[in-house]
Design a protein around this ligand. Structure first.
Ligand code: FAD
Ligand code: MLT
Ligand code: ZN
Length: 531
């Protein structure tokens, strides 16, 4: 398992060596006046929190959540698992179980005493059939990079880890369809299809650890959703195992297949509550021949909005990413991870990237865009490059904010969709609301698709801090008709807030589906749906 240390976990943005056929252009500084760097310290410079301590057990931190009437694990159960998988794929050692019990941002901690490591769909099927008959609760886990507490047990659920289901089954280079098992690590898939001139249409900072099955189960959005869409479009087929062990084969590799209900969509984004995803078929587009990145410093959010509008209009079909970073968020990456920012200090930074097939054409478009935003006085400073190492450095500033944040303290992380004009509005409101009780309040994220990540970082978790933030943040989001969970899912942290984004009738239908597909409720209990 790759996880456990934050640094080890992160795979920085990188293309396989030698995979970019276009000529490198030297790092080019935009001909903009550079403002002097203000002498004031950034918000992140305060004393680092201790991040080594174990989080409190979830059952103690959230005593209102009661254990369901599931069986306690007995020796006879363990014997069944050992007979099926062999002793080395049934983990019961307390220390070894620990890392499967704690989530990546150390928000929650369960106390499972059994980790199962199946290799095949048939093994998953037999495990679930047995657990269902014996009322044993199961927590599916992939790379354990989820950020809403969905991937770890709340109590003593058995963890079903997909890391050994990591076989690539087929790549059709002509259609670009990759079929693989659910436990393949995203970055490994990217490298594999990259050798055939293809790319995975999903990229995120956790790609060095997250599994494609976890990505599908969370409907992960990532850094290039503006260009490649979400997984409901790219995933062509799914094989999944229901709670009773029945295997549902919807592993179509076709772009078009309207035979009946599109069952694959039930598993995309259902966070392991309706079934365990065992195989996926994913459409891989051609790898771009040309990539260009611009990194801009801006003085106001109004300028950010105007810049984004122009990026969409002028870069059109080649715009692959449009990301926002505020000053405090950048500080978490530069301050804790020793990353260098090529620009001075600004309230806002934007990372704009293009993917295209013709570099000359793309560069011309990028330059025209940059000239026009400069002429309109929208950016204060900026750099642009298509040199791989420079692009990687710039991307690290964005991708590694999450990692940098873990060094600052306890993170209350929110993942919200808001109408574009209100995208940043919650950040100053939360800053004011938290006052001195927060070390950092910051916002960054996928402004191109309206999804902001708002973080409130404190020295350590307190119920008071939580009460200051929730439900206020969700009420605010709901009033603006936003979503309380844009891309990370609902997991353990948000079931009681799902009604802020879904009607009672929609929630009732979700509960009916859950009851139909998992009548004993053994799959990832306490997650997604309110009790
Ligand atoms: P896990 O964390 O193991 O599990 C996530 C959920 O899926 C759990 O509910 C689990 O029970 C369920 N699950 C896992 N595997 C299966 C399966 N095979 N069948 C059924 N259910 C399953 N998310 C984004 O959307 N966009 C981002 O840009 C992004 N960036 C991130 C950057 C960092 C540094 C980190 C730490 C996280 C980031 N995330 C992001 C969140 C996380 O990486 C994604 O949610 C990812 O898709 C989770 O994959 P995983 O394999 O780690 O799943
Ligand atoms: C991101 O966009 O960086 C991820 O969703 C993770 C995060 O919210 O920090
Ligand atoms: Zn994100």
């Amino acid at each position: 398992m790759l996880i456990k240390g934050a640094r080890q976990l992160i795979g920085p943005f990188s293309w396989p060596p030698g995979s970019r056929p276009f000529p490198a252009r030297p790092f080019m500084r935009l001909p903009l006046p550079s403002l002097p760097i203000p002498a004031r310290p950034s918000q992140f410079c305060r004393q680092l929190a201790s991040v080594g301590a174990l989080p409190q057990l979830t059952k103690d931190r959230y005593p209102q959540v009661k254990r369901g009437s599931f069986s306690k694990l007995e020796q006879t159960h363990l014997q069944f698992f050992r007979d099926l998988l062999g002793s080395n794929r049934v983990i019961t050692d307390e220390d070894e179980c620990q890392s499967f019990n704690i989530d990546w941002i150390k928000n929650v901690r369960g106390f499972s005493q059994c980790i199962l490591k199946p290799k095949s769909t048939e093994e998953v099927s037999k495990i679930l059939a047995f657990c269902n008959n014996n009322r044993i609760a199961v927590c599916p886990q992939g790379g354990n990079t989820g950020l809403v507490g969905g991937s770890v047990p709340v109590f003593d659920e058995v963890v079903l880890w997909t890391g050994q289901m990591n076989k690539i089954i087929n790549l059709d280079e002509t259609s670009g369809v990759l079929v693989c098992q659910a436990g393949c690590i995203l970055e490994n898939l990217e490298t594999f299809v990259g050798d055939s001139g293809l790319m995975i249409p999903l990229d995120l900072g956790a790609k060095g650890s997250c599994h494609i099955g976890g990505n599908v189960s969370t409907n992960a959005g990532g850094l290039r959703l503006v260009r490649y869409g979400n997984l409901h479009g790219s995933i062509l087929g799914i094989e999944a195992v229901k709670a009773d062990g029945e295997i549902i084969d919807c592993l179509s590799t076709l772009k078009k297949d309207n035979t009946g209900y599109h069952l694959k969509h039930l598993f995309i984004g259902s966070e392991g509550t309706l079934g365990i995803v065992t195989k996926v078929a994913i459409h891989c587009p051609s790898k771009p021949n040309a990539i260009n990145v611009a990194f801009l410093g801006l003085k106001s959010f109004d300028d950010v909005l105007k810049t984004m509008k122009q990026a969409k209009q002028q870069l059109g079909e080649i715009l692959s990413s449009c990301e926002l970073i505020d000053e405090a968020s950048l500080g978490l990456a530069t301050g804790h991870l020793q990353l260098k920012c090529p620009l001075g200090v600004y309230p806002f930074y934007m990372l704009i990237e293009t993917h295209g097939s013709n570099n000359e054409h793309d560069e011309e478009k990028m330059n025209t865009f940059l000239e026009s935003i400069m002429a309109d006085g929208l950016v204060e400073d900026g750099t642009t490059t298509n040199e791989v190492s420079k692009m990687n450095n710039i991307w690290a500033l964005r991708e590694r904010i999450t990692e940098g944040s873990t060094h600052e303290g306890y993170i209350f992380k929110y993942d919200i969709s808001l109408p574009t004009e209100n995208f940043y509005s919650l950040v100053p409101i939360m800053k004011e609301r938290m006052g001195e009780s927060a070390k950092v309040v910051c916002g960054y994220g996928h402004i191109g698709d309206g999804n902001i990540h708002l973080q409130v970082i404190v020295n350590e978790f307190t119920q008071d801090a939580l009460n200051k933030i929730e439900p206020f943040i969700y009420e605010y989001t709901s009033k603006l008709k936003g979503s309380v969970s844009a891309e990370h899912g609902v997991g353990f942290r948000k079931p009681k807030y799902i009604h802020y984004s879904k009607s009672p009738e929609a929630i009732a239908l979700m509960k009916e589906l859950k009851t139909m597909m998992d009548p004993n409720g053994i799959l990832n209990p306490y997650k997604v749906l309110p009790s």
